[in-house]
Design a protein around this ligand. Sequence first.
Ligand SMILES: [Zn+2]
Length: 618
Amino acid sequence: MVKLAVRGRPHKEFHFANSQIFESLSFANMKRSGTKIAMAVLALWVLPLAGFALPARLIIALDGIAYRDMQALQAGITRTNFWGHTYQLRAFTAGEGYYPVSRMISTFPSASDVAWTDIFGDRPLPGYQRTYYSAAANSLIVLNGVTTTMEHERQMDFQVQNGIARGLGYLFPAHTLRYEMHRTVANFLRTTSPRHNYYVYIRASDDAQHLDRDIIKLLCEFDQRLQKLRDVYKQREGHDLEIAILSDHGHNHAGRGIRVEDVTFLEKAGYHVGTEIDGPKDVVLPVVGIESWVEVHCYPAESEILAQKLCDLKGVDLLASIVPGQTNRFLVMNAKRERADIEWNRERNSFRYIPVNGDPLHYQPVVDELRKNQVLDANGFATADEWMAATVTNYYPLALERIARGITRGALNPATILISLDNHYVNDVWFTEKGSRLVTCRSTHGGLDAICSDGIVLSNFQPTHDTSTARVASQFEDFPAVVDYRASEGGGELVTKSEQSLTRLVRTPFDQEFKDLPANGPYLRIWSPKLAGVGENVPVKVTIEKARRFSTSPPPQTVEVQQPITLAQDPPYERIYALPPDLTLEPSTEYNVSAWLQGKSILEFSIHTTPNGKPAAF
Ligand SMILES: [Zn+2]
C-alpha cells in the first residue's frame, strides 16, 4: 500500500494498491518482467502527478466508427475460427455500464474534417478537404494532410501530432491505432488539466478500415484498455470515469472500388479539368485519398447544365447542386436523371422537398407521412428537426438539411456540385503515391447514404439519442472548455466578418466580438503566448514574403500594422489588425506572413492572394 499526501489543488487524501494500478497500466508489463528499478521509475512517474484530481469525463473522438458496427458489437458478433469453432465478440456492453449506441448522422460529404468541425461547432474550414479550391484566390490549394493540423485537432487535449506517426497510420494502421489507444490512456492518467472534460482524437481507426484491418477486434481491444483505465480511475478518484465516444461518419466496407472516371468523362464532354475557373468550361476537382464522393467546382451559371451531364457518369448514385441564381434552392438528381428540388427557408430552418421528375431520394412516402400527421405547413415545409425525426433511419438520412448545408456552408469554399457515389465506386488521386493504396483500400466513406453517414455517439454516464453532427454538442453541454490552443502556440490567419459568422459554438471572445469590427475585412488575426507578456503598445512588425523564395529574390516586404483593434474582451495573447488599404501583392501567389516582436519572429503562416493581388482570407 502506498499512502499519498496530497499536493496541488485541494483534494482528498487517498490510498491505492500499487500492484493493482501498475497491473492495469498498459505499459505495466514491466512489472511482470520484474525489476524493482522499473517499478521505482514508474512510481516516480506517477507520484508527483497524483495529487491532481483527474478530469471527470473522457471524450473520445474516434474517427470513422460506423453505427452498424458498434451496434453489432454491443449485441455480440458470432464468428467461426479456423477449426470451425464459433466464438463471440462483444464490447461496450450494458454489463460494463454503456448505454445503447445512438446514431450520429454525418455531414454531406460524410468526411472527417467537415464532420468534426461541425461536431465541435467551429468555423467551417476553407475546404471540405486539405486540398481545396479557393474561390478568392481562384486556385487549387494543396495542404499536406499528414503535417497540417486543423482547428478541431488543436482543440484536443491529446492527439498524435507527429507527422511520422500519422504517416505510419497509412502503412501500419493497426499498430498506429494501438499506439493511439495506449497513449490515450497514458496521457489521460498523467494530465494535470483542471478541466471537467478531457478530449482525445484518435484517427487511425479510420485508416485501419480503409486498409481492411479487423476493426471489430480492434474495438474489443480498445474496450478492454478503457475497462482497465476505468478500474484505475475508480481506485484513484473514488468514482466512475465518465466516457463518451463519438465518431464522425460510417464506413462502407464495400470492398475494393472501381475508380470513377470523372476527369475523362468531363474532358470528353468538352470541359477542362484544371486548377482555376476562368470560364464556363473550367472545372476543378479537389481530391484527397480515396473516397465515395466527388466535389465539383465550376462556373455557377454552368452548374445545372453540368449536373445534368454528370448524371451519366458511371458510379454516380446521387448528385446535388446549387440552382443557378438562387441561394435557397438546390437540385438533387440520380443516375436515372430523376430530379427533385430542395427549398430551404433559412429563417425558420425549414425545408420543402419538391419532386420535379421522379423521386431521387425516395422521400415521397416520408412526405406523405408528414402530411398525414399534419407536420407540413400550408406551403409544404417542415422544420429541420421534423425532417430529422422522419428520416434519421432512412437510407438517405437527413438528406435535405445535409445537402443544403453541405453546398452552402460545409466549407468556406463550397462545391457547386456534390456527388454521392454508388458504394462500388471510389474517387481517388491516381497520380500520387497514395494511389497505390487503391490496391489495399477495401472501405471508404463520404456519400450521402446511411452506410457512409451513420457515425456513433456512445456513453457510459447518460442515455444518448440519435442525433447529427450539427446537434450532438447539445447532449454534452456544447463540449465546454476544449483546448484554447491560441494561448499556447503562435499562429495567425486572415479573417472576415461574414466567414467568422459561420462559427456555431462560441469558444473565444472573438467568436462573438468579430461583429464589432468596422468592416467585413479581411483582418489580420495573430496569437502567441509571447504577446501576452508585453503591453498592447509594444509594436508588432509584420513581414510578407513570397513562398518558395530564391536567394536572388527581393527581401520580404515589411508591412506596418498600426494600433491593434480593441475589442471588449481581447485575450492578452491575441491581436487583431486592419491591413493597410493600399497593400498590393503579386496576383494569385502564395505568401508567408511572419510577425516580429522585439526583433524576434513569433509566428508564421501562409496566405494566398486574389487575382487582383489582394490578400485572400480563405
Ligand atoms: Zn473521419
